[in-house]
Design a protein around this ligand. Structure first.
Ligand code: SF4
Length: 201
């Protein structure tokens, strides 16, 4: 969230990792410390986009316009982001958000990546009036692309998540922990200000 109270895609990612992260960050004002792994990931990410511009994006998809590093903001959703790449089929008015990630492709998309794509799709639809039926994540350097469909339920869930994040901050609500306690050991708040998630808390 920025100084104007606008939710960012980073907040969506954090919330889907653990809903307590926005609480610690904005209510207790304890900024997240980036791990060396995250620093490396960001550094690599900055080098992907220029490289991706020279590559063929997705063989099976027809598109006639590519936009990179596209900033988007929705006053309706109170949400902003910058999309790595948008592939557009201007004839059929279809657009596909595409993220670039560093590392080995997982067997299926993580929840964090999935809701990032849902948010990007909603912002693209609002900005351009195109339909975004699915999104893509391209894992580099292995060049593997994973697709995820985006439906109305995903969009409703995303709107609900934005509302939850706003309420956590506005009403200082201490939220539930992550889906699994395994997330805690990789979290920068673990054993500093948070004891981790205990089932039944
Ligand atoms: S330590 Fe666990 S419960 Fe606490 S904020 Fe991190 S992921 Fe959430």
């Amino acid at each position: 969230m920025n100084r104007l109270g606008i939710i960012s895609i980073r907040d969506i990612l954090n919330y889907n990792y653990c809903p307590r992260i926005p609480y610690y960050e904005y209510v207790l004002r304890r900024p997240q410390a980036r791990t060396p792994k995250e620093d490396k990931g960001l550094e690599m990410h900055d080098s992907f986009v220029p490289r991706a511009k020279r590559n063929r994006m997705v063989k099976a998809l027809y598109y006639d316009r590519k936009l990179f590093n596209l900033p988007l903001y929705s006053p309706r959703l109170n949400l902003q982001t910058r999309v790595d790449c948008v592939l557009m089929n201007t004839r059929d008015r279809i657009a596909v958000p595409m993220q670039f990630k560093h590392g080995k492709a997982p067997s299926c998309l993580y929840r964090t990546m999935r809701y990032q794509l849902v948010a990007e799709a909603m912002l693209i639809e609002e900005e351009f009036g195109f339909s975004c039926p699915y999104g893509l994540v391209k894992f580099l350097p292995e060049e593997k692309t994973i697709k995820t469909n985006i439906n109305i339920k995903d969009k409703e869930e995303l709107v609900w998540q934005v509302e939850k994040i706003s309420n956590i901050i506005r009403f200082e609500q201490y939220p539930e922990g992550p889906r699994t306690k395994n997330y805690c050991t990789d979290c920068c708040y673990y054993r500093k200000i948070c004891g981790g998630y205990m089932r039944g808390e």
